[in-house]
Design a protein around this ligand. Sequence first.
Ligand SMILES: NC(=O)C1=CN([C@@H]2O[C@H](COP(=O)(O)OP(=O)(O)OC[C@H]3O[C@@H](n4cnc5c(N)ncnc54)[C@H](OP(=O)(O)O)[C@@H]3O)[C@@H](O)[C@H]2O)C=CC1
Ligand SMILES: O=C1O[C@H](COP(=O)(O)O)[C@@H](O)[C@H](O)[C@H]1O
Length: 479
Amino acid sequence: MDAMTFVLFGATGDLAKRKIYPALYNLFLDEKLPSSFSLIGLGRREISNTNFQKHVEESIQTFSRRSLYESEDIKGFLQAFRYESLDVNQLGDYERLRAAVEELETEMNLPQNRMFYLSVAPDFFEMIAINLHKSGLSSTSGWKRLIIEKPFGRDLASARHLNATLSRAFEETEIFRIDHYLGKPMVQNLEALEFGNPVLKALWNKEFISNVQITASETVGVEDRAGYYDQSGVIRDMVQNHMMQLFMMTAMQPPASNSPEEIRKEKSKVMEALRTVPKEEMADYIVRGQYESGEMNGHQVPGYTEEHGVSSDSMNNTFMAARLLVDNPYWEGVPFYIRTGKRMTEKSTKIVIEFKQEHKQENLSPNLLVITINPNESVTLTLNSKNPLNDGKIEPIHIGHSTKTEEVPEAYERLIFDAMKGDATFFAHWNEVELSWKWIQPILEAFDKNALALHKYPAGSMGPDAAEELLKKDGFNWW
Ligand SMILES: NC(=O)C1=CN([C@@H]2O[C@H](COP(=O)(O)OP(=O)(O)OC[C@H]3O[C@@H](n4cnc5c(N)ncnc54)[C@H](OP(=O)(O)O)[C@@H]3O)[C@@H](O)[C@H]2O)C=CC1
Ligand SMILES: O=C1O[C@H](COP(=O)(O)O)[C@@H](O)[C@H](O)[C@H]1O
């Protein structure tokens, strides 16, 4: 891997502490960092290099899946971390930073390969890109890359504006848009499952599949993020990015090769074929909900509008289900359902493929392929089989495989490693992001105008009844 300087905006923030430093440490333990690696952390506050290194060490101690004692040279690792104070709005600060980066490159004999990671509030993304360009930091004799956190825009127009601004300093091939769901091992495994198994590959279409259900249910409520969440809702927080990525990865056709370009091309094709939700029939496609107080694990929890920081008349969405129709020859007539929400019965992310039954028989269950992404990873196939212990009655049996997730590298570890290698396969391409916002936009507008009912659901349930109805109308039920 190429030697590089890693420039981290938001080095004193929550994400850096909980995810980025532990990820870098685990990569270091696995000898996956370049032999010459150096990181400059940035934030407004003044911190010495020593205190910054202590902060990184404490973050690893608290949040890493592996202990500090696993390394024989933790000091050597920490010495690669330096800190500069910088206000993202001050061009002069970037000029100072440029001098510091160049000094480091000379001192360590590093090529001018620069990785810029924007782990700051999205309001700063554009300003940083502009100042990186103006200060000359993004003009290098080596490569330059930009890792950018979510959310990528608030709607179609702002996402386009942000992308246009980033494009002034970085090419599309240099931009790595993080969607941590794409870093989850089972999500990265989807393509291999779908197309690496002739038996599944042959069945992966409208001839054999009756419907697909993608669920990401969470037990947590708004937590201490009301300021952000009340402005975003589940539609921006989970649907536009994570749920749409899961949908694309499931509905795409086999790519011509395993290259990032071919995989992303197939994902974009799915989005191009995705039917726009007709405004006048919105309720047949979309259900939005908001949790009320309810019981979870034997405790009463408050409803969304009783949460700290949320106004009592908030119409924000904390649950969304949708029916997606893909107008292409492979999926015509096969509904893809997605649902996600806060304060639901269980924490679970899974994709269920329901296969068609030749003739519906009362005693036969449909064959299901269940791909569980979270909290554990597994693949299970449900088949019908006679049970000799029950008078030969036909009952569903489950054939499965599961993985021990504790030992598997975490999403941020995989994604940062890929970005350092320059592999963009599991990052969101601009086409995908733009097409996703295009599909979302009319739904956002309907939500903003309150043109769609806001269904209440009790905390601890699997969402409003209307989400059940959405499938019932098509003759299905959620698995
Ligand atoms: N936290 C999480 O779990 C997740 C976060 N994200 C995304 O990651 C990004 C960062 O989130 P998070 O770490 O939680 O945010 P925090 O609020 O915890 O951290 C913000 C960081 O930005 C710095 N900062 C704030 N203002 C300025 C400024 N004017 N100039 C320079 N630096 C500034 C702060 O440092 P200082 O105060 O010293 O200036 C701090 O390091 C966001 O885009 C968020 O959406 C995505 C997924 C999960
Ligand atoms: O991006 C986000 O994801 C989490 C859920 O992630 P998971 O890996 O635990 O499934 C969600 O809680 C959060 O609101 C959202 O911003």
